[in-house]
Design a protein around this ligand. Structure first.
Ligand code: ZN
Ligand code: ZN
Length: 242
């Protein structure tokens, strides 16, 4: 950062001191969390399932799969998430997703960057899970697109926002069980520019990994249309779905 940028930032921080986006306490530098809120977020670290990234309670050898991945054999190669989705971390996700709090983008992008670091060297292309156009019109932006674009800038990996499209509107999955979610998203996606993904390793970005039904459906169509491998990176991960 140049001298003038640093000076400008210092003056700006003096006039409008940065605040923690969760508890609104003043913090030292912008785009962060206060120490207390940071300690309440359950960040995901090893040991975790090598495929879906689900954290394990006990130390296990690397490359071990969880029971669910052994049974279902996901189509994506690896999924990683920054933190566990719970009532506390939802205070970061929900304002970003539904309430136009796009000022959270730098913080959330940094968290994504750290969680996905091991995936970037193999990634050729970043894409995002699309919203159906009706939902896009209602929300005005797609939170996954905002994150994917910012992550592409940070990693210098090309981003193609219009590869995957939703060809039909799906019902909101908030309270659905795993099998209902799978049925809800079956055949929901289409590929727009097949040539772009030929032989490529794709990194798919979304905000929350819930049951994996949506990302698995995306991986299915990407692989069917010529992608070599699909990685997934989300901000948060739901651990238990009833
Ligand atoms: Zn705080
Ligand atoms: Zn797993």
């Amino acid at each position: 950062m140049s001298f003038f940028n640093t000076l400008f930032r210092t003056i700006l921080d003096f006039i409008i001191p940065p605040i923690c986006p969760i508890c609104k306490k003043h913090i030292l530098s912008p785009h962060g969390l206060c120490a207390e809120c940071f300690s309440k977020i359950h960040f995901i670290s090893r040991p975790f399932c090598d495929i879906c990234g689900r954290p394990f309670e006990f130390d296990i050898p690397e490359e071990t799969r969880c029971g669910s991945c052994c049974k279902k054999n996901p189509l994506y190669t690896k999924a990683r998430s920054a933190f566990i989705y719970d009532s506390f971390s939802s205070k970061l996700i929900l304002p970003f997703k539904h309430a136009d709090h796009l000022e959270l983008t730098p913080l959330l992008t940094n968290l994504l960057y750290q969680a996905g670091f091991d995936l970037f060297k193999e990634t050729d292309l970043i894409i995002c899970v699309p919203l159906h156009r009706f939902r896009y019109i209602k929300r005005k932006y797609n939170q996954a697109d905002i994150l994917a674009k910012a992550l592409a800038q940070k990693t210098d990996i090309p981003y193609h926002p219009h590869i995957l499209t939703r060809q039909r509107a799906t019902v909101s999955q908030g309270h659905m069980k795993a099998t209902e979610r799978k049925r809800n998203v079956a055949g929901a996606f289409a590929i727009k520019n097949k040539a772009t993904i030929q032989g490529k390793t794709i990194l798919l970005i979304d905000d929350v990994f819930t049951t994996g039904a949506t990302i698995n459906e995306c991986a299915k169509i990407l692989l069917k249309n010529g992608a070599t491998k699909v990685f997934v990176l989300t901000l948060a991960r739901v651990i238990k779905v009833s």
